[in-house]
Design a protein around this ligand. Structure first.
Ligand SMILES: Cc1ncc(COP(=O)(O)O)c(C=O)c1O
Length: 481
């Protein structure tokens, strides 16, 4: 460690935190249906793999778009040479149109304001470098995506200051909570430079309504601070209420003179399921930020081969429409089956309508309402249930007992196994030390109703019913007796 910089030797990346234990557990014992059927199932990865077949089909039907194919190699020379950091015009145009489409064509994006970055990760860091100096802070509503601590803070030296949101109002962001956080930061002598919103939210899987967006806008205008809106999950909204982009608010006449405080972070990692392609976007309404971020983008450009492919794919209107439609349908179905599978053993989750995960409430399974108990339960889930889920503490949630579970990075069969393991675990846990009350059973029976018949068939397998814990009557069985 001698002779290295402070950045090289500090812990700001977060990789050494205990939250990586789940990943390590998965890496050392990954589930495989035939080769390692008792291994750890990865439910801590927000990946969208439900529509790979559509992408694959498009790639096969459009070999010219990939320049390393006989059909595309003609374009190789033009693409392989140095490009300027503005990005290919066709790439910026197609991304701008795609972003408009995802927002129901209610807003316009100017391709000249699109700046490339290495994923949303790079976009956040670039914005942090543009908007704040070391020691200054951004407010972030909790619970929030753990990567923000790395992306916004590690190399820039800025701070994140929590806006504490609570389950009592479904973790909604209110003007009061924003004011409260701002005041606390001032009391601590921390200069607040902006607010970060993540809409739809990771980990909540919910969208922000117009009132909340307008309140946040008027808050940042009053304080004269920036607003970064991370809209990386914009096309994962699969149910009502629909997605409202900050771009819609930006176009309202009342905010026109403050528009240059707004910056959107976007990427194709979630909406198209391309995290490996590292296509990130900064869309800023501020000319100086666009200028500076573009210069900084030299450190994280998207390769021209990728730009070329994405430009062709996103300009195929028929494909894009079909993809967006089908992706939303498949996510909705996954979410429906998964959350109902959880409800079947009395596990509630926040009513989400977006994202690749759900925010699961396991307070009932905690020994006591503490983060130590949450950690203990989490280790049990990793070590015994063999599922890598993510504990609320890693999202800086203010209340113990919440867990994020990803459901779109696996096939149907793996999800079925995961649900089966959850069922077995909850039945065992609740049977041992905290049986559900009669009233709770009744309620869960009502919630799950007849639509669970299909699930029953594949989840309550004979093997499970004759498990070592079968002497404990499951909620499902009791609810029917
Ligand atoms: C809210 C949020 N922002 C940013 C990122 C980083 O995305 P990318 O892979 O494009 O860097 C993620 C990834 O999980 C995320 O959930």
């Amino acid at each position: 460690m001698v002779l290295l910089s402070k950045i090289a030797t500090n812990d700001g990346h977060g990789e050494n935190s205990s939250f990586f234990d789940g990943w390590k557990a998965y890496d050392s014992d990954p589930y495989h249906p035939t080769k390692n059927s008792h291994g750890v199932i990865q439910m801590g990865l927000a990946e969208n793999q439900l529509c790979f077949d559509l992408i694959q089909e498009w790639v096969e039907n459009n070999p010219k778009a990939s320049i390393c194919t006989p059909q595309g190699s003609n374009g190789f020379n033009d693409i392989a040479i140095y490009q300027d950091y503005h990005g290919l015009p066709e790439f910026r145009n197609s991304v701008a149109r795609f972003m408009e489409k995802v927002r129901g064509n209610k807003v316009k994006f100017n391709p000249d304001r699109i700046v490339m970055s290495g994923g949303a990760t790079g976009a956040h860091e670039t914005l942090a470098f543009c908007l704040a100096d070391p020691g200054e802070a951004f407010l972030v509503p909790t619970p929030y995506y753990p990567g923000y601590d790395r992306d916004l803070r590690w190399r820039t030296g800025i701070q994140l200051f929590p806006v504490v949101c609570e389950s009592s109002n479904e973790f909604k962001i209110t003007r009061e909570t924003l004011e409260d956080a701002y005041e606390k930061a001032q009391e601590a002598n921390i200069k607040v430079k902006g607010l970060i919103l993540n809409n739809p939210s990771n980990p909540l899987g919910t969208v922000l309504d117009k009132t909340t967006l307008r309140d946040a806008m008027s808050f940042i205008c009053e304080k004269n601070i920036h607003l970064i809106c991370d809209e990386i999950y914009s096309a994962t909204v699969f149910d009502e209420p629909g997605f409202i982009s900050i771009a819609e608010i930006a176009e309202e006449s009342s905010v026109s003179k403050h528009r240059d405080l707004i910056h959107i972070v976007y990427s194709l990692s979630k909406d198209l399921g391309f995290p490996g392609f590292r296509v990130g976007i900064i869309y800023s309404y501020n000319d100086a930020v666009v200028n500076c971020a573009r210069k900084m983008s030299s450190f994280g450009l998207v390769s021209t081969q990728t730009q070329h492919l994405i430009a062709s794919m996103l300009s195929d209107d028929i494909f894009v429409e079909k993809f967006l439609d089908e992706s939303a349908k498949r996510l909705a179905e996954r979410h429906r089956v998964f959350t109902r599978g959880l409800a079947k053993v009395g596990i509630k989750s926040l009513g989400g309508n977006a994202g690749l995960f759900c925010w699961m409430d396991l307070k009932r399974l905690l020994k006591e309402p503490t983060f130590e108990a949450e950690m203990e339960l989490w280790h049990l889930i990793i070590d015994e249930v063999k599922l890598n889920v993510s504990p609320g503490a890693s999202f800086r949630c203010s209340e113990p007992g919440w867990f994020r579970v990803c459901f779109a990075n696996m096939d149907d069969e793996t999800m079925r196994i995961a649900l089966q393991r959850i069922h077995k675990f909850v039945i065992q846990k609740t049977g041992l030390d905290q049986p559900m009350t009669r009233k709770q059973y009744k309620r869960s029976e009502l919630e799950i109703s007849l639509s669970f018949r299909r699930l029953d068939e594949f989840i309550m397998t004979p093997r499970m019913l004759s498990s070592p814990h079968s002497h404990m009557t499951s909620p499902l069985v009791r609810a029917r007796t």
